[in-house]
Design a protein around this ligand. Structure first.
Ligand SMILES: [Zn+2]
Length: 203
């Protein structure tokens, strides 16, 4: 395998990227000057040392020399009684803009209706452990914030079943953001007003 072939193979593993696009990326790089390529490769090489996965919500954040908790999880100003479970890191920003003050957990994917085995790839065991700890620590509500589509709904059912043993016998309420969002919509692309009203009308 040539260097170019290996590079193309890497791009093909990116989410949503097919072999044609992967080739276009590789040939685009070939046309860049050496300084641009050097900057790109050093940024990629730096990633593991400058970013950390938050020990609380599991999102990636700029660690600034330390690991542990991200600024949201470490903040004393957040409402620790609420935990919003979302699919991916990029869902956080639009929800933050809506004024949500609780905490998050990034599940790291969905459990597609037709590919249930993908449930193994999400952070299920870690979520269970986190909720178990938070129940004793003032948690009163878990909000499921998944996309309003069959995969999002299946993921919600999966998480409900996963957490049922942890929540049984507790007063923690489980709600869904879903109804306030229109069908097919994903958090990542929703505007702050829509999310705000979805949070208000959660059930
Ligand atoms: Zn965090």
């Amino acid at each position: 395998m040539t260097t170019l072939d290996k590079l193309i193979a890497h791009f093909e593993r990116f989410p949503g990227i097919g072999s044609r696009q992967a080739k276009r990326f590789a040939f685009h790089l070939l046309r860049q000057d050496a300084a641009q390529i050097a900057e790109l490769s050093s940024l990629i090489a730096e990633l593991p040392s400058v970013m950390a996965e938050c020990e609380g919500c599991a999102r990636y954040f700029s660690r600034n020399g330390q690991g542990g908790l991200c600024p949201i999880c470490a903040s004393t100003g957040r409402d620790r009684s609420q935990l919003l479970i979302i699919e991916q890191d990029s869902d956080i920003q639009p929800v933050e803009r809506s004024g949500y003050e609780g905490l998050y957990f990034v599940l790291g994917g969905t459990v597609p209706l037709l590919h249930q085995e993908e449930g193994r790839r999400i952070r299920g065991p870690r979520l269970k452990e986190l909720v178990n700890g938070r129940v004793k620590d003032g948690l009163t509500e878990i909000i499921l914030g998944f996309a309003v589509n069959p995969d999002g709904e299946n993921t919600a059912r999966y998480v409900e079943a996963l957490l049922a043993p942890v929540l049984s016998g507790t007063t923690v309420k489980l709600s869904h953001l879903g109804r306030g969002l229109s069908t097919g919509s994903e958090l990542e692309y929703a505007d702050p007003e829509t999310i705000k009203s979805a949070l208000k009308n959660r059930d």
